[in-house]
Design a protein. Structure first.
Length: 460
């Protein structure tokens, strides 16, 4: 371990935790042990936390006290059953937005951190997290990094987030990054005129891990390939990708060019990361931090392996607990255990955001991931013709496709893109193309390949 890494791990990180009133290091020790519990032991531990969260919220949080009273909730039943839990009303983004003050626990006296969602679904929310939630959330991320032999103090590159707002912001971030032995780039900095310089800084820094949006790390992989460079001597152990969908072709190129595996982090602004991919390619839920449900359209739990909409319940956020909160993503729980030996429950993501599903005039719906397969076929037929794309569904039968043209046959690529879309979604849809020099990221720095402007309930 280098002197810088030792300083970060043993002095700076514990000091920051103490000053913030958090205890991620202690939580990390606990989570590092609990991951090896059996599935039954972890379920028992999780249910104790769930019952505590629900009972405390029912008594002390105004919104839940009001809502649970309406359904005749038994406030004197601390050992409620799973069937009882399923009777609790679900929480929507609109509920939080319209009744924010009622979601706050007036009896809470600990540290509070304010956050917000990115607004990618059109509904940005203000949120608050307790010191316990922040501690366990950070600990869960470090536990997942440890699966790849990454510890606090390991040199890390991060490419994500929002653009800096000014000189003071840049200076503050630079000091914090240095102390954490990190090198941070904004996803907005990944441009053709800057990528060579960024690659040079990464080579000099020699990170053990790169944490990035797929749309930010993939151009670097292409740059390495196109310039016949090599990352083999950098010693990168893993590239952790987050916040966006990443196609199998993209993952393959990233792994080939950087000489290491990629690992997914899944989460949301409402709770942070809570699902992590291990070296065996399994996605593990941080069950000591969140309780996850997969529900069908009628609100009933689906069987393992079947797709359902994801709802989460905080287990460590006494100040503003979200209970049975609709995340909006589609996924599946998985039975069985992972070859890594950890007892943490398993899941997979089918598509990010229910609001990003393709809704057609005849009432049918499709996964937005279908566009990745359309684009793959176009790339194979006309390589480098379309460098980037984004599909916006303007109405139930109108799609606008923004493309960044490359050096190939762009017109032919667009014709095939339209042909494949009509084959998949129906000959009656209308497709128009818009050529751009670049596709802008959303305010959080993410680059989305599909945006829906269609009201979820509108099919006429």
């Amino acid at each position: 371990m280098s002197l810088h890494a030792s300083f970060t791990r043993h002095i700076y990180w514990p000091l920051v935790q103490r000053l913030k009133g958090e205890y991620a290091a202690r939580a990390l020790k606990e989570l590092s042990e609990s991951q090896w519990m059996s599935r039954d032991e972890l379920i028992s531990k999780q249910w104790k936390l769930l019952r505590r969260t629900v009972n405390k919220a029912a008594r002390e949080v105004p919104y839940y006290r009001k809502m649970y009273s309406r359904i005749g909730w038994d406030f004197d039943n601390p050992a409620f059953s799973y069937k009882d839990f399923l009777s609790l009303p679900k929480t929507e983004k609109k509920d939080v937005r319209d009744h924010l003050s009622e979601f706050l626990n007036p009896n809470y006296s600990g540290r509070i951190t304010q956050g917000s969602t990115s607004g990618s679904t059109g509904e940005s929310l203000t949120l608050y997290y307790s010191g316990e939630h922040e501690s366990y959330s950070e600990a869960a991320r470090w536990r997942a990094k440890d699966w790849w032999d990454i510890q606090p103090g390991s040199p890390q590159v991060a490419i994500w987030g929002r653009p800096y707002t000014g000189g003071r912001d840049r200076l503050s971030q630079k000091v914090k990054s240095y102390c954490m032995n990190s090198l941070i780039f904004s996803a907005f900095d990944i441009r053709a005129d800057s990528i060579k310089g960024i690659w040079g800084r990464i080579c000099h820094f020699k990170p053990h891990i790169i944490y990035a949006y797929p749309s930010a790390i993939f151009p670097l992989a292409e740059f390495i390939q196109q310039n016949r460079l090599s990352a083999d001597k950098l010693g990168i152990k893993v590239i952790m990708i987050t916040a966006e969908s990443c196609s199998s072709d993209q993952r393959l190129l990233i792994e080939e060019m950087f000489g290491c595996k990629t690992a997914n982090e899944y989460g949301c602004s409402e709770t942070g990361g809570f699902v992590y991919e291990c070296p065996h390619r399994s996605w593990h839920i941080s069950s000591e931090l969140t309780f996850i449900e997969f529900l069908d359209q009628d609100g009933n739990p689906v069987s393992p392996g079947d797709r359902g909409e994801i709802f989460l319940t905080h287990l460590r956020n006494d100040y503003m607990p979200l209970i049975r909160y609709r995340v909006g993503d589609i996924g599946s729980s998985l039975s069985g255990t992972c070859g890594c030996g950890r007892g943490l429950p398993l899941m997979e993501i089918s598509v990010a955001k229910e609001s990003d599903r393709i809704l057609l005039k005849n009432g049918e719906s499709y996964m937005s991931g279908d566009f990745l397969y359309v684009n793959k076929a176009v790339m194979e037929a006309y390589p480098r013709s379309i460098l980037q794309f984004r599909v916006t569904q303007k109405s139930v039968d109108l799609f606008e496709v923004e493309v960044v043209p490359g050096a190939g046959s762009v017109g032919s690529a667009e014709e095939l893109f339209e042909k494949l879309m009509k084959k998949q979604f129906g000959a009656n849809i209308k497709v128009c193309f818009k050529r751009l020099s670049n596709i802008k990221r959303d305010p959080s720095g993410k680059l989305r390949y599909f945006v829906s402007e269609v009201n979820r309930g509108h099919t006429s």
